[in-house]
Structures are given as structure tokens and as C-alpha cells.
Design a protein around this ligand. Structure first.
Ligand SMILES: Nc1ncnc2c1ncn2[C@@H]1O[C@H](COP(=O)(O)OP(=O)(O)O)[C@@H](O)[C@H]1O
Ligand SMILES: [Mg+2]
Length: 381
């Protein structure tokens, strides 16, 4: 990337879905970014965010400003802390202005974002070759976090620049499957990889739907956690995904929802899909018993199935032991974020329309599985 081939300070951007033109984003004078659907999409497309952007001929203007002036669904395409840090480092290294606007940042995501939305123009930041030695990548990520320096910053950015979440990670293809592989952050212990892997095995045993997970071998730690991506499949269209943050225009840095809200959302969006409602119940119980306090609104997503015109809960991800600095679940359970237990879980489940005895059975099952499989992680929590 050099200064000459891109025009920064973009005022508008095209949004596409698997190559089809969805609509246009336009920067307003007050810094908010308006969106309107394109004519053809209005006839043949679908609403990309049903509550804030219904399929209507209209100029939509966001009212919340915590997504940098964007609607949440477009903010979902932007990287979170890790990818943003890499981009900012790269811009500094290349002596480019870091004060680029939010549309410039989306243009840098271009076609490489999570989910199915793409942006035009596509400002590819770097096309440097990627690296395959995971121990080497993990070491360079630590260097970037600690010393701000890596001679392979371009490659690391190429592999991770559009990823979400705060932990270092890469997006990579292995034997035709698309994986996310995660590395330790400066706050994690060395066994974070095997821990998340063990959490994923237990979650699956608890009936929680997840994609394939794997512990990638390392010579310097117990391994790196990887999960197959549900938004990309080689040879077929990318899947449109929306986080709860996007769907509810909710700030993921703040504790702003309760599990009662997540059930309400699931019931409305999936049109009472029984599997999804039960799976959400299992996730809530798992997060409570396995001490996953970081259950914020970007750690739950829904996927759109265009063929059947239906939304569904996505497979689960980011299920691991976690704390918050205020010591409570980010998503409260029937109003209790500090020490929710059976009473609150039951109350939420029953309000969501699940039968009391079914809830009791699931609560017991998950409590026992978690104690057996993950007891060593939560003993001092
Ligand atoms: N299996 C997956 N398929 C598709 N997207 C995923 C998958 N796992 C995670 N993600 C996306 O990547 C983001 C970062 O992953 P996550 O495990 O939450 O990392 P972190 O520990 O850094 O928060 C998530 O917020 C989600 O949007
Ligand atoms: Mg996360």
C-alpha cells in the first residue's frame, strides 16, 4: 500500500454481499454514516439487519455513536482490538495517516471481512505472503503486543487484519477448511489454548452446537486453539452473520443486556426455532457454571440462510474461563450478574417458554459435566 494509489477521506462506499450490490454508505457532515439499499436489492435481496435496516426504500441514519457513526452491522465488519492494533501499527510503519475515517477503514477490510459483506473500493493493505509456523506467529504476536515490533507485521496483518476479538489470532485455510487459530494475549496464561480446547469439548458434551475445534501442536506451549469458521465455506457463498451488538445496536464494551433479552431476540429472529432457544439456554447455563463472565454482545451471533429466508443462532464460540474487571457477567441472568445460579437460570428458561422440568434437567446435566471436565479451571473462581 502506498499513499498514491488510494484516496483517503472517503465520502461513500458500496456494500456488497457475495458480489451482489446491496446498498451505499454515505458520510454525513456530522460524522454519522447513512445507509440506503440499492433498487435491485430492494426487490431481490433481504434485510441485512432486520430491526435497524428493514428492507425499505429510505435513507437510514444511525442514532447511536459508539460504532464510529456506523450501523452495528457494518461495525461488525471492522476488526476489534487485535486487528485494529495491527492496522494502526502498519499505518505508522508505512508513514500513512492514522486519522483515516471509518469508511477508509471499511475499504481496508474490502473483501476480507468476517461474514458475507464486502466493501468497494477495496483498499487491500498488503499482499505479503503468509506464514505457517504457528510458534513463530505466536512469538511475533507477543512481540507486537510487548515491543510494538515485528519484521513480519505485514504477514501477520494479512492473516488477521479483519478478525474480531481482542486476542491475537489468524484466519487460515488448512485442507480446504477455513480456521481461526488463537494465541495468548498479555493477560492470558500459557495454557490458554488447551483450556479453550477443553472448554469446547465440554461445551459439545453439554449439547452446545460448535464447529470443529482442534488443538494445534506447539513446541513451546500446550498448543493453540483453533475452530472452523462457520461464515466461510470453500466453494460456496459466504454466510451473512450478525452479532447481537449489531442486531440490537448495543455497545459491546458495556454490560447492556440480560439473558432475558437474548431469548427475546432469539425467539423473534428465529421465529421460535425450538433448537435455537434450547441451545441458547444451554449456553447460558454453561457460561454460568464454567465461569465465562465475558459473555458480551459480540460473543453471540446469528446467521442468515438466504435460501430459506430464515435467521438462526450461529454455532457458539469464545467459550472459555473469563473474568470481567467488575467481577460480574457482562450479560446478566434475570438481573443477576454477580452470582447467578439455578434460581435465575430457571426463571429465564421458563420466561423463554421452556418447560420447568426440561430446564431443571439441562441445568443438572451441564452443572455435572462442567464440574467433571472443567473443575480444575474453576476451583478457585
Ligand atoms: N468459528 C467461528 N466462525 C466464524 N466466526 C467466528 C468463529 N469463532 C469466532 N468468530 C468471530 O471471531 C471473533 C473473535 O473470536 P473470539 O473467539 O471471540 O476471540 P477473542 O477471544 O479474541 O474474543 C468473534 O467475535 C466472532 O465474530
Ligand atoms: Mg470474543
Amino acid at each position: 500500500m502506498n499513499k498514491n494509489d488510494k484516496v483517503f477521506g472517503l465520502k461513500s462506499l458500496k456494500v456488497k454481499y457475495n458480489g451482489r450490490y446491496v446498498g451505499t454508505l454515505a458520510m454525513l457532515n456530522n460524522g454519522m454514516v447513512a445507509f440506503s439499499y440499492e433498487e435491485n436489492w430492494l426487490e431481490n435481496g433481504f434485510s441485512i439487519s432486520p430491526f435497524s435496516l428493514p428492507l425499505e426504500k429510505k435513507v437510514f441514519v444511525p442514532t447511536k455513536n459508539f460504532f464510529g457513526g456506523l450501523f452495528g452491522i457494518f461495525a461488525d465488519s471492522l476488526p476489534d482490538a487485535w486487528g485494529r492494533l495491527l492496522l494502526d501499527r502498519l499505518l505508522t510503519e508505512k508513514k500513512l495517516d492514522k486519522n483515516i475515517n471509518i469508511l477508509d477503514r471499511l475499504a481496508m477490510v474490502g473483501k476480507s471481512g468476517m461474514g458475507a459483506l464486502e466493501y468497494e473500493p477495496d483498499y487491500e493493505v498488503t499482499d505479503i505472503n503468509t506464514i505457517s509456523d504457528l510458534d513463530y506467529i505466536a512469538g511475533e504476536c507477543t512481540k507486537i503486543l510487548k515491543t510494538k515490533y515485528s519484521k513480519d507485521l505485514d504477514s501477520i496483518f494479512k492473516m488477521a487484519g479483519s478478525s474480531g476479538g481482542a486476542r491475537p489470532k489468524i484466519l487460515t485455510t488448512i485442507d480446504d477448511e477455513n480456521w481461526i487459530i488463537k494465541f495468548a494475549s498479555q493477560f492470558d496464561s500459557d495454557n490458554i489454548g488447551i483450556q479453550e480446547y477443553n472448554y469446547s469439548l465440554c461445551a459439545k458434551r453439554c449439547g452446545i452446537e460448535m464447529t470443529k475445534t482442534h488443538l494445534f501442536k506447539s513446541n513451546v506451549c500446550d498448543g493453540y486453539f483453533g475452530t472452523v469458521r462457520f461464515d466461510k465455506k470453500n466453494g460456496s457463498d459466504n454466510v451473512h452473520v450478525a452479532t447481537v451488538a449489531a442486531l440490537l445496536e448495543a455497545d459491546f464494551l458495556a454490560p447492556c443486556v440480560d439473558y432475558n433479552d437474548l431469548f427475546k431476540l432469539t425467539r423473534i429472529l428465529t421465529e421460535e426455532n425450538k433448537n435455537d432457544i434450547e441451545n441458547m439456554f444451554r449456553r447460558m447455563c454453561f457460561n454460568v457454571f464454567a465461569h465465562n463472565l465475558d459473555d458480551h454482545v459480540k460473543n453471540f451471533s446469528y446467521m442468515y440462510d438466504e435460501k430459506n429466508n430464515k435467521w438462526k443462532l450461529s454455532p457458539a464460540y469464545d467459550l472459555t474461563f473469563s473474568n470481567t474487571y467488575w467481577g460480574e457477567h457482562t450479560t446478566s441472568v434475570d438481573g443477576n450478574g454477580k452470582n447467578p445460579g439455578v434460581k435465575e437460570l430457571l426463571s429465564v428458561g421458563i420466561k423463554a417458554g421452556l418447560k420447568k422440568d426440561k430446564c431443571e434437567y439441562i441445568i443438572d446435566e451441564i452443572k455435572i459435566n462442567v464440574r467433571e471436565d472443567l473443575g480444575k479451571y474453576i476451583v478457585n473462581a
